[in-house]
Design a protein around this ligand. Structure first.
Ligand code: G
Ligand code: G
Ligand code: MN
Ligand code: NA
Length: 248
């Protein structure tokens, strides 16, 4: 209970803050965009964002939280985001299916028409109401917002459903990459997911790239995006000079 009221205060008093992690193109080594991740430092203790989200839902402020996130991200990303780079923002299933979600989004983004926005929705959003999800993704596309499916592979969404969704990217959950560099069967699964997405004209982000071995494994998928500690951990002040040297 105490934590809940502290979260309400934190949203009001802007005690939450954002960190950003680059998403890198394997072919060019260039940063294609950044994902925004929320942090909450409560008297020296970092509260896990998943806990923030579930707390926000419990106390009925998840809509408020999303509005804060979208506004704050758009207002601050212009300090480092180049015009051709996108900013990716996480949306929970609850936030995505909120009745005011589209209207809130449309209102907030209206001042930022120059920013390329991608929303990361988890597979669990798809399960909750598939028809509504299809419609919402289409509406977002109309607003100029691209959609990425986050944590891909961990949910129940069958692969055949992917062709019904007008998503721009899938982000393969990092557990798959972790396993793929260890055994052949898991590598095969990874290859199949990438292959399927590319055949459907959907881009792929490989999440959780931590080692050079994983990077070498990913090179076979040439037009792929990558995110992970090997390149950069999520951080507050994003320096924009570096280009990552990926080849050789
Ligand atoms: O850095 P990492 O520990 O930040 O995040 C853990 C999980 O919390 C990730 O799955 C991420 O998608 C989620 N997450 C982080 N920040 C946010 C946010 O602002 N909104 C939502 N909906 N999820 C977030
Ligand atoms: O929303 P999503 O599940 O994509 O959130 C990304 C999560 O993954 C965040 O918690 C982020 O801190 C974390 N993360 C990013 N890169 C790496 C990585 O290379 N290894 C691990 N273990 N976690 C990562
Ligand atoms: Mn994400
Ligand atoms: Na993920």
């Amino acid at each position: 209970y105490r934590l809940s009221s502290q979260l309400k205060q934190a949203i009001k008093n802007e005690q939450l803050y954002l960190v950003y992690q680059p998403i890198v193109c394997l072919l060019s080594g260039k940063i294609k965009g950044y994902e925004t991740l929320t942090r909450w430092n409560l008297d020296g203790t970092l509260i896990n964002p998943e806990l923030i989200i579930s707390l926000a839902e419990d106390i009925g402020v998840s809509e408020e939280f999303f509005k804060w996130l979208l506004k704050t991200t758009l207002a601050s990303c212009n300090h480092f985001l180049k015009p051709d780079q996108f900013i990716a923002i996480n949306v929970s299933a609850r936030q995505f299916l909120d009745i005011n979600f589209l209207i809130n989004t449309q209102y907030i983004i209206s001042k930022y028409s120059h920013v390329k926005i991608e929303l990361e929705i988890t597979e669990s959003s798809l399960i909750a109401d598939f028809t509504e999800t299809i419609n919402r993704i289409d509406s977002l596309n109309t607003l100029g917002i691209k959609v990425m499916i986050d944590d891909f592979g961990t949910g129940y969404s069958s692969l055949s459903r992917l062709k019904q969704l007008n998503v721009d990217k899938i982000k393969i959950d990092r557990s798959f990459l972790h396993d793929a560099s260890k055994d052949q069967k898991s590598a095969g699964i990874y290859q199949s997911i990438v292959d399927l997405a590319h055949k459907l004209d959907i881009d792929v982000v490989a999440e959780g790239v931590e080692t050079t071995e994983q990077l070498l494994f990913l090179r076979q998928f040439a037009p792929i995006y990558m995110q992970g500690y090997l390149f950069q951990k999520p951080q507050i002040n994003t320096k924009q000079t570096a280009e990552f040297i990926i080849q050789d």
